[in-house]
Design a protein around this ligand. Structure first.
Ligand SMILES: [Mg+2]
Length: 306
């Protein structure tokens, strides 16, 4: 089954998740042409940042302040906080112990101001550097857990997380969502004919073509082997059909230079499913999977709706 239709300009927003600071916001579905290419790597959307740090917003804000701001902002802020604490402590102790504000009190204030500054520079600088190194390591580990190393796309594990969050009944409030599951047609033939290196190049080329066609609106992921999945938050059946057709033609128009310079071309069969009111991500993918096999059986290089 093949149909095309324009995206509705008044299509609903994908969801109303607040933007997390360490991940770009999820783009909204919109009408018009998909013209801007985007890198293959797909960063974590806002929704994940929100879920990952749920329950510790205050600690997270502190973490973001310490590692997310330039040192010339963080260090003076630490100075100010430690000087305030030190001077405040001096006044509190003076009051509590009834020592009074004698002639030596101004000297005590000078010490209460200078001492924390002397400590903050080396110790604070060291701690900030350590925290940033830990955060870099955390990001790298997260990328390794979420990204497919060959294509740079999100992996199956990550898109399952995002899909589950998108379809969580408590968040959806009737919002639409679609999943397109696709499989490269006759991929074994490409591997057999051109070699596995060419097969890898084809997978990378398809990943890039899908990302360009998705244009940052939808989540593109490698599902496994020669299968890819595109999660379309906010897409009605009409939207999703138009987008699936765009994805299909993007791959159809792709030429990969592989296999001793010989151009390799390929197509995909796409199964499309849109979420019913109570559907979870797993049901949606299963439905898309059945539709994909119907697209294969009907002759490949086409879109079938589940
Ligand atoms: Mg296959």
């Amino acid at each position: 089954m093949m149909r095309t239709s324009p995206l509705r300009p008044d299509a609903p927003e994908p969801h109303d998740a607040p933007a997390a600071t360490d991940a770009p916001a999820v783009a909204t579905r919109r009408g018009g042409v998909h013209a801007l290419p985007r890198p293959v790597s797909v960063a974590a959307p806002a929704i994940s940042g929100e879920l990952a740090h749920a329950g510790a917003p205050r600690r997270d804000a502190l973490r973001r302040f310490v590692i997310g701001r330039p040192v010339w902002v963080t260090l003076p802020a630490l100075f100010a906080a430690s000087v305030l604490a030190s001077v405040g402590m001096l006044f509190a102790l003076t009051e509590l112990m009834g020592m009074g504000y004698g002639p030596t009190f101004s000297r005590s204030i000078a010490i209460a101001v200078v001492a924390p500054i002397l400590v903050t520079v080396p110790v604070g600088g060291f701690i900030i550097r350590l925290l940033r190194e830990v955060d870099d390591a955390r990001r790298q580990a997260q990328e390794m857990a979420w990204l497919d190393p060959l294509t740079g796309l999100m992996n199956r594990r990550r898109v399952v997380e995002i899909g589950a969050a998108e379809l969580d009944p408590s968040r959806r409030r009737g919002g639409e969502c679609a999943v397109a599951l696709m499989d490269i047609d006759d991929f074994k033939r490409i591997n057999d004919e051109f070699g596995h290196g060419a097969g890898d190049s084809v997978l990378q080329g398809v990943a890039r073509a899908l990302c360009e066609a998705a244009d940052g609106v939808d989540h593109v992921a490698r599902w496994g082997g020669e299968e890819f999945v595109v999660l379309m938050p906010g897409a009605s059946l009409e939207d999703a059909l138009a987008q699936s057709e765009r994805l299909r033609t993007a791959v159809e128009g792709l030429t990969v230079a592989a296999g001793q310079g010989r151009p390799v071309r390929c197509t995909v069969s796409i199964g499309l499913a849109t979420a019913g009111h109570l559907d979870g991500f797993e049901q949606l993918v299963n439905s898309a999977d059945r539709a994909m096999y119907r697209a294969k059986a009907a002759g490949k290089n086409r879109v079938a709706v589940g």
